[in-house]
Design a protein around this ligand. Sequence first.
Ligand code: GLA
Length: 506
Amino acid sequence: MALQRATIRLAAAVVVALLAPQLPLASAISPQGPGNGLGVTPQMGWDNWNSIACQVDEDVILDNAKKLVDLGLRDLGYKYVILDDCWSSGRSDNGTLLANTTKFPSGMAGLASQIHDMGLKWGMYSSAGKYTCAQYAGSLGFEKQDAQTFADWGVDYLKYDNCYNEGQEGTSKLSYDRYKAMSDALNATGRPIFYSMCNWGTDYPWNFASTIANSWRIAGDIYDSFDRPDPRCPCTTWDCALPGFHCSVMNILNKVASIVDKGRPGGWNDLDALEGPRQIPLIMGNDLTLMDAPSLSILSNPAILAISQDSLGTAAFRVWQKPAYSSQNNTYSADLYTAGETYFWTGRLAGGDQVIAFVNAGAQQQSLSATIDEVFVDYVTTGSSKPSVQTANTWDVYDLWANRMDDATAKTIIDGGIQSLTAPTPSNGTNTTTAAAAAYTPFNVTVTPYADAVKKNDTAVLGVKVATLMAGGSVKADVPSHGVAAFRLRSQKMIPVAGKRKRDEL
Ligand code: GLA
């Protein structure tokens, strides 16, 4: 059966969400990370760089922070507000970092306090170099002093870039030492500050950063292209000296495919900010004050967010990559970039559930399917000829897109705020809220954490059952161009929950 309802046009956010599900710290395995207890699941929030770049000031940051609250995004878990580059006016005579008070009249401590009052967390940016990428003061050599300044300002998150690093790169050890200096300095402040390394994959941070950072960028800068090749982001694999910029979503997905296992609770692969409407941990990169309805609907889908924030902490992996079919040429092209490519991803979730996703980077709709052996490939490649419990089982297939809010509801929220859904009819009797919007219950993770909602079979996180997958069967989906179909599979009967995946591949 083709699952028409399961498809949706490009949501790069979503693809990334699927790549990064996770495990609780109360695990027998020590968590990754710098020991600050943060990043048990991938971070969620907003960063201004992709939409506003250097045009930052206090009003812009506060306007966007307010939108996180008004649009219901904070309550879905998007809690970090991250001020990127271009906020500084240099250093004082004693070397203390200074904020530009023309742009930020309240000062950084004042701004942080306003952000905290909104129930949000405050993030800032610096570089492990002499300058930041936009040539403001960098923190190389000033790690202890700057970490303390950030802590004094009430900072909860540091994005730490790689520009002007004075040549201190080229081996993992050089990069490790340079980034560890800030990790140690942040820890020494005693304030838990999420440490987000941004060295673009240089020197393979997934091999050295897992004990010093909560996340590490794996590639050059993303931009709002799904699959356009660009020589400024030269490689789709790791035999590449220059991470570059203008990296498409597919370029970055192809890079992460071989290192998904490096992301675990406490330390995650970072694919860069989400290229949502302006056209990703889940850091939105769009101007929230210009949010449109389809984007809000995609970014707000609890069924997808629950995959990203799943408590098992095991990343999904790619089972296959195939060229897309072209009806124009009536053929499958061998050239992935010309014809576009298709992917099938699968991953374990808490409680024995499984998530699967079909990605279509082709220029036209594709009918994609995966066998039950492909869905549970990890269980059938252990050298046994006996069918695994999983492949002999019957599974309910839930469409993770089916319950997302409709565009009219999203528009109601954009126009009147999340509170307008539950607002009483005004005394003049005019209420423009649509019936669908009035019936929509916003999801709130502070009331019901994702893991609890999943256990309670809340349809907001489960989606809608659209098929059954049995022994010998397959799952099929019609996936539109630049689209992703995503499903949660749940066993019809209790089966022993599989242990953690053997990690000998590390
Ligand atoms: C680098 C980073 C970007 C952004 C800019 C700011 O390019 O990779 O994410 O922070 O610097 O100048």
